[in-house]
Ligand binder design. Structure first.
Ligand SMILES: [Zn+2]
Length: 329
């Protein structure tokens, strides 16, 4: 492409001027759309074909022009190259290539692939697809600690989710839609084989609670509480509210606060571990605080043969942390 007649694809002057990108048997050539440049590119492709003995696949190859290019220009390039045109976005090496603004839909293929990968291991790990219930399955004893911790965190977080009823697709016994926790936990003795898979909608008729049925199924106070719950619109889906935030929307931060254990803060460490103290100093202070300094006392050397006298004083004394750092000469 050193021919003077070749006009480069115009790029920002401050960036690298790219003429082509090649990966394995793929190549993207950047060129201006004028006839002479196209002709030169095609000449090079033919030279390549002759010297390598490989033929460029016209069915797989294509050319791209800016979206505002006129039909005449596109036709001209088609005739000159023998390639067909394609429009943006297209996928190259698994990535969407697009112009103008980024759109989520451009990444659909990419996310689909990731979801496919995830569902592979998720299917193996989780008992029943996405939704999980407290009495879904017993875990085998070989579960790792990490996995047990995750399950513990799951249960903790699940308590933060409240379902608001619209069409009543929530599970009557297992989802927390009464704000009192799942009914299965609240009144486990009332579950029967015939009702355990019931959904909330089974206790609603014409968008009103089937009070009689509630009283037949649950203890009276619970039935009374439920009959006072306001029902939403039956043509909309139930929706979840995240209790841990004020606006009811889930956030990772609030989930973390739900599961984290708050340690009692140590005021002394707080004063040592301070931004304005250089690392070396506070690290040393921290070691002294916990007695992690190589002194006779600290190392618990009880051998009487060893000399436990300090080196810091004129009249040597017992080398303890208290002595060396607070009382010595
Ligand atoms: Zn001393």
């Amino acid at each position: 492409m050193h021919d003077l007649n070749f006009i480069h694809f115009s790029m920002h002057k401050n960036g690298p001027q790219i003429t082509h990108l090649a990966y394995a048997d793929d190549i993207i050539i950047f060129s201006s759309g004028n006839s002479k440049s196209i002709k030169l590119v095609m000449k090079q492709i033919r030279n390549y074909e002759i010297s390598s003995g490989k033929i460029v696949n016209k069915d797989k190859g294509f050319f791209l022009v800016g979206p505002k290019s006129c039909a005449y220009r596109i036709n001209r390039i088609r005739n000159k190259t023998g390639f067909l045109d394609k429009s943006f976005p297209f996928t190259y090496l698994g990535c969407p290539i697009y112009i103008y603004r980024k759109r989520l839909s451009y990444f659909d293929n990419m996310t689909a692939k990731i979801i496919e990968r995830l569902s592979g291991w998720q299917g193996n790990m989780l008992p029943c697809g996405g939704k999980m219930y407290p009495v879904s399955k017993k875990w085998c004893t070989s579960n790792s600690q990490a996995w047990k911790y995750l399950l513990w965190a799951r249960d903790k977080c699940k308590n933060q989710i409240i379902w608001k009823i619209n069409d009543g697709q929530c599970y009557f016994w297992w989802d927390n839609w009464t704000e009192m926790g799942p009914l299965a936990q609240l009144c486990p003795n009332f579950i029967t084989r015939s009702t355990n898979k019931k959904k909330v909608k089974d206790f609603i008729s014409n968008n009103i609670w089937d009070v009689q049925r509630l009283y037949n199924t649950l203890p009276s106070p619970v039935a009374l509480h439920i009959s006072s719950i306001k029902l939403g619109q039956c043509n909309k889906s139930d929706y979840a509210i995240w209790k841990a935030t004020e606006d009811g929307h889930f956030s990772n931060g609030s989930a973390w606060h739900t599961i984290r254990k708050h340690k009692v803060t140590n005021a002394a460490i707080g004063t040592i571990w301070h931004k304005s103290i250089p690392f070396k100093q506070f690290f040393m202070c921290w070691r002294i605080y916990y007695g992690r300094v190589p002194l006779y006392k600290g190392l618990n050397i009880s051998d009487s043969q060893n000399n436990a006298d300090c080196l810091c004083c004129f009249v040597p004394k017992n080398e303890t942390i208290q002595h060396v750092f607070a009382e010595s000469n």
